[in-house]
Design a protein around this ligand. Sequence first.
Ligand SMILES: Nc1ncnc2c1ncn2[C@@H]1O[C@H](COP(=O)(O)OP(=O)(O)OP(=O)(O)O)[C@@H](O)[C@H]1O
Length: 456
Amino acid sequence: MEDKKANIIATLTVLSLLLVIIAARVYLKLSKPFYLLAGVDISLILAVFCFLVIRSRYNRERKNLESRYISEGRELRIEYSFLRKVAGVPTKFKLEDLEEATDGFRVQIGKGGSGSVFKGVLKDESQVAVKRIEGEEKGEREFRSEVAAIASVQHKNLVRLYGYSSANRYRFLVYEYIPNSSLDVWIFPGKRRLGVGGGCCLTWDQRYQVAIDVAKALSYLHNDCRSKILHLDVKPENILLDEDYRAVVTDFGLSKLVARDESRVVTEIRGTCGYLAPEWLLEHGISEKSDVYSYGIVLLEMIGGRRSITRVENKRTKKKKLEYFPRIVNQKMRERRVMEIVDQRLMEAKEVDDEGQVMKLVCVALWCIQEKAKNRPDMATVIEMLEGRVTVNEPPDSKLVVVDLLAAAGGDDDDVDDVTTGVRRVVEMPKLHIQRGRHFRFPSVCSSIISPVSPR
Ligand SMILES: Nc1ncnc2c1ncn2[C@@H]1O[C@H](COP(=O)(O)OP(=O)(O)OP(=O)(O)O)[C@@H](O)[C@H]1O
């Protein structure tokens, strides 16, 4: 605008100076005053030209410099945000940023125990999943532990936290977006992806790879971080699949940071029924082996394409009772009939021909769900087993009584939906007392469901 103004003034000045010369020529003829005036006029016109040339050069250079600074600034900003991402420093977002990114929280891609998850796109075009934590006190606790735990971790099989926001009554966590939903929709028939449809089935090889990926993520959390991180909510809903169907573990809402030298911690019961290790009930304190247990249950669910606990109806009495899949697997493994427990859809598609590999996965799973935590392998050993560097021996026989009890503790005959759907429900757990002679006293809610209780 200023440039234009200056150009107009310069042009008008030149024109008026030319007019002065013409007028002088008419009135003064070729007299001495005319030459004097013409000389002054021409010098002024030349001065205006020089001013215009210098000014335009100056402007050009200024513009060049400006655009260089802008692009350098942008590069710096990109570099800064890249470094933040690489260093894993979560950004504090404004609520308006998240509203804009999610288009007013329009596309919901998930719902869990602590809130809803929405799809969004940030200004730098990265796709994100924005988790809106709902609920007052519980939400605050989960929010804090999630930020604390995940802010410091960097592993390709663990979800990345881009940032967070704490505005009004909601708190938000902003994660990288993982496109292929969670493992449950890929292994359990009939499960649907929110807003996308359903009926998906992961191949055997993909399942085996997912088993290795999750083991690596957990091993990293247990062994390679500054503090030991216990996830404490390992289940198919918290295992996301990326574009190549590789696993990315998410949801650190229940996780716990533990000092390296602490072998066990005592904490209130948290987790999802069906995936809780027996030590939660026995009140001995929990450890990373509690994650190993939940992982073992997930392995069994991947092999069988079914939940570890299902509700079955007695054809004769029409009474519903809970069926416990790990016990069936244990029995089939001892009878060397492991192929009978493999997901029927995979068998029909003739996808699984390596019985040895099935046997290996079953044995690893049964090792992981050993009732005594010390008998379970650590996650690093599980990786070695799955990748074939360590021989997998047959696990000791186990009645799985305590485990069965824990599974059942989430619901009784009329109310078992939560235990059979993987929805987190931290129930008032029945206290299990160890009496002399090592008998267990079972509370009434469970006594009708569990199978033979024997002194152990
Ligand atoms: N980063 C992500 N990318 C894509 N989808 C996601 C992402 N995070 C979560 N989801 C979807 O949202 C669902 C619920 O997420 P999440 O498990 O973190 O919520 P939650 O409230 O903590 O659940 P819960 O506490 O019951 O385990 C997931 O099962 C998944 O389908």
